[in-house]
Design a protein. Sequence first.
Length: 415
Amino acid sequence: MTEQNLFEMVKKHLCSCATDLVMDRNVEAVLKMPRREIHASIPVRMDDGKIRAFQGFRVQYNDALGPTKGGIRFHPEETIDTIRGLASLMTWKCSLHRLPLGGAKGGVVCNPKELSVHELERLSRAYVQVMFPYLGPDRDIPAPDVYTNPTVMAWMMDEYSKIAGKTTFGSFTGKPIGLGGSEGRLDATARGGWYVVREAARDIGMSISGAGVAVQGFGNVGSHAALIGQEVFGARVVAVSDSHGGIYNPEGFPVRELVAHKTATGSLQHFPGATHITNEELIELPVDILVPAALEDVIGSRNAPQVRAGIVAEFANGPVDNDADEILFERGIAVLPDFLTNGGGVIVSYFEMVQNFNMDQWDEAKVHRKLEKKMTDAYREVHDLAVQNNVPLRKAAYSIAVARVVEAMRMRGWV
Ligand code: NAD
């Protein structure tokens, strides 16, 4: 899926903080390998009666801090190395945000746009049938990610419950509210990201109100990033995009109308007053805040010199590669690292697990309040270390997150 392999990128970051943490080479070697990975062939009966085998993965990267947690992606170009990289990132994300969870990720190589709803349901259930022995509230708890959603989580939780012989809401998160889902989960990643952007903007003296924002991706994270940016923080959303390309209007878009347009037509194109741009052009627009919220590896050495934003907020996982990171740091552009900035999704997923275990249901205001505190606390900790050591935020974030995992491994006697 990536030009620069995401797993290699994450390992490189690990190595760079290993020296600072005076980490034993053997400990470093442990951290650079997933603890367990499951490769599966998933047979599904298609609507035409034929059987098709899909390739599926689940990588449980490190569970020193608790049961593993991470999304499941359905994507035609999924690779095991992308899943490994994302599972590793989940480990550092849960650690950085002080969640009692390890990191995992799953994926199926498929194009959900070419599947009927019945085929999608059979595939979702078949994934759980194959992975069942390795999943569960005290083992590994999946959630939605690219091209999976609350409906898919409901099917998966139901299949898990059928096999287990008991309703087990805590086996999956990101479920619909009526099935043990949490208020505030749907937009949690985007909302959490904006809390981090708000803090970072304050630190560099940028006002978010009226700031020009470009958002790449208009799925769960991207569409909510645009909506919350405009409606909660008063930003001017001047560009958005999806897999078909982008649209631009320097005056700003009415985002709620854009969402309705995309829902009605399936595309962002032909919105009144919009100029068509490519996804590559969006990255180089003259904006204050650039929000990559689609896929990984969209800013590399090829285009980092052309980025004109003051803040690049990684709402997606791995959108900025290692070379681009250095270029942007040298150019004084603040890159808000993914596993800090997009931690809101797993934080509210964790809140969902807590509610499920306690058979409780919190209101939205409580979820938002607790999410805001977690995001701002983590940002402050990362920012303070970055300033103290004069290093990029990403490096500071890795140092904090990795140190906690290593300490847990030491206390458990693993290393
Ligand atoms: P999604 O499936 O809801 O949306 C993906 C979006 O990306 C869609 O709008 C799609 O059109 C667009 N897209 C696909 N290919 C593209 C391309 N080549 N160029 C531009 N846009 C393209 O997925 P999502 O849940 O919004 O996830 C987006 C990113 O956020 C991913 O990196 C994911 O790992 C990360 N993330 C998601 C969550 C979550 O809670 N959903 C949490 C943390 C991180």
